[in-house]
Design a protein around this ligand. Structure first.
Ligand code: PLP
Length: 394
């Protein structure tokens, strides 16, 4: 009889269970929205990246349905063969206008945009200088490129400068940061990194996954927020989070985008977005431009909720965005906090190693524009009750 060659994975799972880090997937039985049903329970949802509530916005739904009527449900091909529809080109043009850049390429996800871009533009002769908390998709892109990877401590631009200065001036270098860090909610050191890139001739790249639709005028991202226009060579954004649908894009100059059309592997080797997704994203851009009050509501809710958590005595780290971590240290403790909150009607996911450092486990909260004050007050009251019970606050 054949022995199971994957038995070692069972041992890994047992380890996770022993450490109380094994998680069953939570199942959403309703729409992705501020108050919803998860695992048969009505909850205030503090776990999604649906910052602006666009997953259920009537204009986006209507655009998706119309596109299905006009184009059907799929493209049946990768972009470079037969999978580029006029609606994909329209989305790229709309994004280029919105970001005020020469050109944009859309990928199937933000992950594909980061990994596909970094791996395409660098070779093993090159160097990446990367913030230690950059997203996994950047790390994977760096690994795939086979470039040398140099990591600098989080937001430590002096350390980044030291690394760059020790490298041969002639070597190609990519300086890369998240715009907003997804687990801590703080902003990358973009202005100082732009200075460094200019001083030393590095390519400057920012991953604005959590800034798209959230920071900058009408949600144009951190380049707009910090007024770094023209100083960042490669901007990545997602269409999966605040934009409410799915996808990622790269904004930059014509050479960059045309090169990615020819060399980025997810673009070449993976089927393009269904036309309904492209149509949804175009409608989302209309909403960002015509209904910017949604973004104001997001920020009002963010200020209210963050101040509430801090007043209760929770450690919310360095957050400057709608992502507010409640840092508790130990992984098992974070999972217990998350489970107890859930039992009381608040869905906020526990996050532990390897997603964050072993001693920085947390429950991560994300408010949206569509939470009501009652939702947020209920969540704060629940945090107070459960945090007190577990001895996290006194
Ligand atoms: C910082 C960051 N970059 C990129 C991504 C990937 O985006 P997407 O979900 O569109 O693949 C994420 C999402 O988890 C993220 O948090």
């Amino acid at each position: 009889m054949r022995t199971d060659p994957l038995a070692y994975l069972g041992k890994e799972i047992d380890n996770l269970k022993e450490q109380k880090l094994f998680r069953a997937l939570r199942i959403l039985e309703d729409e992705q929205k501020a108050r919803t049903t998860v695992d048969h329970k009505s909850v205030v949802n503090l776990s999604s990246n649906n910052y602006l509530g666009l997953t259920t916005h009537p204009r986006l739904r209507e655009a998706a349905l119309k596109a299905i009527d006009e184009y059907g449900v799929g493209t049946g091909s990768v972009r470079t063969i037969a999978g580029t529809m006029d609606i994909h080109m329209e989305l790229e043009q709309r994004l280029a206008d919105f970001k005020n850049v020469e050109k944009v390429v859309v990928f199937q996800s933000g992950f594909a945009a980061n990994a596909g871009t970094v791996s395409a533009i660098l070779t093993k002769e090159d160097v990446v200088i990367s913030d230690e908390l950059n997203h996994a998709s950047i790390i994977d892109g760096c690994r795939l490129s086979r470039a040398t990877i140099k990591v600098f401590p989080h937001k430590d631009v002096d350390a980044a400068r030291k690394i760059v200065k020790e490298l041969p001036a002639s070597q190609r270098k990519l300086l890369i940061t998240d715009g907003v860090f997804s687990m801590d909610g703080d902003l990358g050191a973009l202005p100082a990194l732009c200075d460094l890139a200019e001083e030393t001739g590095c390519i400057m790249m920012v991953d604005d996954a959590h800034a798209s639709g959230v920071f900058g005028k009408n949600g144009r991202g951190t380049v707009d927020h910090f007024q770094m226009h023209g100083r960042v060579d490669i901007q990545v954004g997602t269409l999966s989070k605040a934009i409410g649908a799915l996808g990622g894009y790269v904004a930059g100059n014509r050479n960059l985008i045309e090169f990615l059309y020819h060399r980025a592997r997810p673009f070449l080797f993976s089927t393009s977005h269904p036309p309904s997704v492209a149509a949804t994203c175009i409608a989302a851009l209309d909403v960002l431009i015509e209904e910017p009050e949604i973004i104001d509501r997001l920020w009002d809710n963010t200020r209210f909720f963050k101040a509430g958590l801090q007043a209760l005595g929770f450690n919310t780290g360095m957050s400057e965005s709608p992502i507010t971590p409640v840092i508790v240290g130990d992984g098992a403790r974070a999972m217990t906090l998350s489970d107890r909150l859930f039992a009381e009607g608040v869905f906020a996911q526990g996050i532990a190693f390897p997603t964050v450092a072993r001693d920085k486990a947390r429950v991560r909260t994300i408010v949206t524009a569509t939470h009501t004050r009652d939702d947020l007050q209920f969540a704060l009251d629940t945090f107070k009750k459960v945090g007190g019970e577990l001895g996290i606050i006194h």
